[in-house]
Design a protein around this ligand. Structure first.
Ligand code: HEM
Ligand SMILES: *[C@@H]1O[C@H](CO)[C@@H](O)[C@H](O)[C@H]1NC(C)=O
Ligand SMILES: *[C@@H]1O[C@H](CO)[C@@H](O)[C@H](O)[C@H]1NC(C)=O
Ligand SMILES: *[C@@H]1O[C@H](CO)[C@@H](O)[C@H](O)[C@H]1NC(C)=O
Ligand SMILES: CC(=O)N[C@H]1CO[C@H](CO)[C@@H](O)[C@@H]1O
Length: 327
């Protein structure tokens, strides 16, 4: 009984490993060279134009890509709308996705690519490229490598999003466990948290830390007291749901290592940001990543790992015609 159980477990682990390898092995540089050679420039041109119009597209797309990759791998499952029969209770409907956006923008790129080379480029690849290009606009050069050849999944479940996405109140153990599920290590966790160098959040997500941390009307003692007062002025009670707060104080429009200076000065936005200082190893990494050159190089490495989280096996998945619905 016991040995057959062990055998089954081993078999499952092996099958799983082979699946991951197979799906991942498909990815390569310029996968569409023969089938849609202009895909990279089309995505870049549209994305750069969009980010030039409104810089808030960059953090939106980066976050959308991260949420996609953390649930069923980077398979564009996050883009599926719920329909009556399929994917009714989907990732979009999950709590952690409540403030995700940028879907129309992916539709716009997809429409252009369907004109150029119909049925060829997956929505998962579009999202991976667009997220990279959005962040890269500031630098006018690609900031990390994106291999292509991802396929789009057919399944999207809110339960999986809730289970997989760490929350703003997660401690370091939980964060690391969730990252490790996807083959990402402590260095990747600390580095990728640097994505919070750009973008904004909402006061509701801070109210506990600011006003009622342990339920006694207190403020999170790990937050710099002066900065806590500044945040209380931006987010007075009653909370205004429309107020946005910079994630990286005074630098949230620029992708840079300033996030780590903020974290190290106890000005990390969420408990999950502050958590990076609760462990010796991660705290040491956060200090090293204050260096702009180190941060940019490390971020490129960890992003490539993240955008290659693939769970679909060889031959599984499809290239969606419309990123919001399965074919
Ligand atoms: C370490 C675990 C993480 C947690 C707990 C976390 C949590 C959050 C939360 C709660 C928000 C605010 C959302 C809102 O205001 O509604 C946010 C924003 C953001 N996150 Fe994360 N995140 C994590 C990791 C990442 C990673 C790995 C990336 C990308 C590589 C990322 C990119 C972003 C960006 C760019 C924003 C700003 C979005 C905007 O301005 O529209 N996050 N994150
Ligand atoms: C950019 O987009 C955001 C969110 O859609 C909007 O609130 C903001 O006003 C826009 N900014 C500009 C400069 O158009
Ligand atoms: C971290 O959070 C998890 C889940 O909330 C909890 O079970 C665990 O005890 C916490 N770990 C530490 C070290 O606080
Ligand atoms: C603070 O938290 C406690 C315990 O969770 C709750 O009973 C109380 O209503 C909260 N106070 C405010 C002002 O939200
Ligand atoms: C963009 C999106 O689909 N957001 C959904 C997030 O979840 C809430 C409910 O929890 C939905 O009402 C939103 O439409």
């Amino acid at each position: 009984m016991r040995s057959s159980f062990m055998f089954l477990l081993l078999a499952l682990v092996l099958v799983n490993t082979v699946m991951v390898c197979n799906g991942k092995k498909l990815l390569k540089m310029k996968y569409y060279r023969r089938t849609c050679s202009s895909v990279e420039s089309i995505v870049r041109d549209i994305t750069w134009r969009k980010v030039a119009e409104n810089a808030s597209f960059a953090p939106k797309l980066l976050r959308l890509h991260y949420h996609d990759c953390f649930v069923r791998g980077c398979d564009a499952s996050i883009l599926l709308d719920s329909t009556d029969d399929q994917n009714k209770d989907n990732e979009k409907a999950a709590g952690p996705n409540r403030s995700l956006s940028g879907y129309e923008f992916i539709d716009e790129i997809k429409a252009k690519l369907e004109e150029e080379c119909p049925g060829v480029v997956s929505c998962a690849d579009i999202l991976a490229l667009a997220a990279r290009d959005a962040v890269s606009y500031q630098f006018q050069r690609p900031m990390w490598k994106v291999f292509t050849g991802r396929k789009d999944g057919r399944v999207s479940l809110s339960s999986e999003a809730s289970a997989n996405m760490p929350s703003a109140s997660s401690n370091l153990t939980t964060l690391l466990t969730k990252f490790q599920t996807h083959g990402l290590d402590m260095m990747d966790l600390v580095t990728l948290s640097g994505a919070h160098s750009i973008g904004t959040t909402r006061c509701v997500l801070l109210s506990r830390r600011l006003y009622n941390f342990t339920g006694r009307g207190d403020t999170d003692p790990s937050l710099d007291p002066e900065y806590a007062e500044t945040l209380k002025k931006i987010c007075p009670i009653p909370l205004n749901p429309a107020t946005r707060v910079e994630m990286d104080p005074q630098s949230s429009g620029s992708f840079d290592s300033h996030y780590f200076q903020a974290v190290n000065q106890h000005k990390g936005m969420f408990v999950s940001d502050a958590a990076l200082l609760t462990d010796q190893q991660s705290a040491q990494m956060a200090r090293v990543l204050e260096n702009p050159v180190v941060f940019i190089a490390r971020f490129a490495k960890s992003m490539k790992k993240m955008n290659e989280i693939i769970t679909l096996a060889y031959g599984e998945g499809e290239v969606r015609k419309n990123c919001r619905v399965v074919n």
